[in-house]
Design a protein around this ligand. Structure first.
Ligand code: NAP
Length: 253
């Protein structure tokens, strides 16, 4: 594993949204192991966030969490400004925080629609907007947006979520072109079904049925997404920008 921060070199800095659980937690852990100082936020789950922060800190990693709701533009702005002041740089942003409120459109409330768009799409804007000037001034950086195959293929009962993730995929392409000349790379990852709390509403039987529909015959692990993030941050992907890489075991084929 490449180390990006040793005693003799400047430690690089990563920001992960929604790092208290699931895919975000996996990203935080791997980035810390890769040598990044990692700052992550969470929304409500202080206990889970403290577990991640403490678990990594006792191993000697620099990992700091803060309660910041990504839907609040000013809270996000202050959080990122504080990181910038404390660390002097930001090298990686993983836009991961996201929610689902799955319902058939005929049963979907305005609140179901607004909360998903606000978290998944407005949150993406708020955090990216707060970080972008730092990246442009540094003339380097990587933004990785955790999207979903729902942003590419039609998933019933997810019109709110699909709209948010489709918007995210378009945002990734647009921003990638806008900032490539500054040495900043923007890419996305589109997972299929990944075993995290987001699937808590699915019964074991549901999950078995889903797994049977996946060509690789299993629901994905957080590690499957984390490996894609590592690839997108590495020199192996240095000529790739604006792509939304599908990590779904073949489900959307
Ligand atoms: P998860 O286990 O439910 O974790 C969601 C994370 O986002 C938590 O850390 C949560 O914080 C945070 N979060 C939610 N709303 C927030 C807000 N308003 N402000 C700040 N943080 C907020 O979800 P996951 O499965 O890891 O999903 C992570 C991302 O992957 C999402 O964008 C999701 O759409 C995407 N994805 C997941 C799957 C899947 O099958 N798991 C598939 C495709 C795409 P708290 O702990 O405080 O609640």
């Amino acid at each position: 594993m490449t180390s990006v921060g040793t005693k003799d070199s400047i430690q690089k800095v990563a920001v992960v949204t929604g790092g208290s659980r699931g895919i975000g937690r996996g990203c935080v852990e791997r980035l810390a192991e890769m040598g990044y100082a990692v700052h992550f936020n969470y929304n409500r789950n202080e206990e889970a966030a403290a577990l991640v922060e403490k678990g990594l800190s006792v191993q000697g990693f620099r990992v700091l969490s803060r309660q910041v709701d990504v839907t609040h533009f000013d809270q996000v702005k202050t959080w990122i400004a504080d990181i910038r002041q404390e660390e002097g740089r930001i090298d990686v942003l993983v836009n991961n925080a996201g929610i689902i409120r799955d319902k058939a459109l005929m049963l979907m409330s305005q609140d179901d629609w607004l909360r998903v768009i606000d978290t998944n799409l407005n949150g993406l804007f708020n955090v990216s907007r707060a970080c972008i000037v730092t990246f442009l001034k540094q003339k380097s950086g990587d933004i990785i947006n955790i999207s979903s195959i729902s942003g590419i293929v039609g998933m019933p009962r997810q019109s709110n979520y699909s709209a948010s993730k489709g918007g995210m995929n378009a945002f990734t392409r647009s921003l990638a072109r806008e900032v490539a000349g500054y040495g900043v790379r923007v890419n996305g990852i589109c997972p299929g079904f990944i075993e995290t709390d987001i699937l808590n509403d699915f019964s074991d039987k549901d999950k078995q049925e889903i797994a049977a529909r996946i060509p690789l015959q299993r629901i994905g692990a957080v590690e499957d997404v984390v490996r894609c993030m590592v690839f997108l941050l590495s020199a192996q992907s240095r000529y790739i920008i604006g792509q939304n890489l599908v990590v779904d075991g073949g489900l959307s084929l």
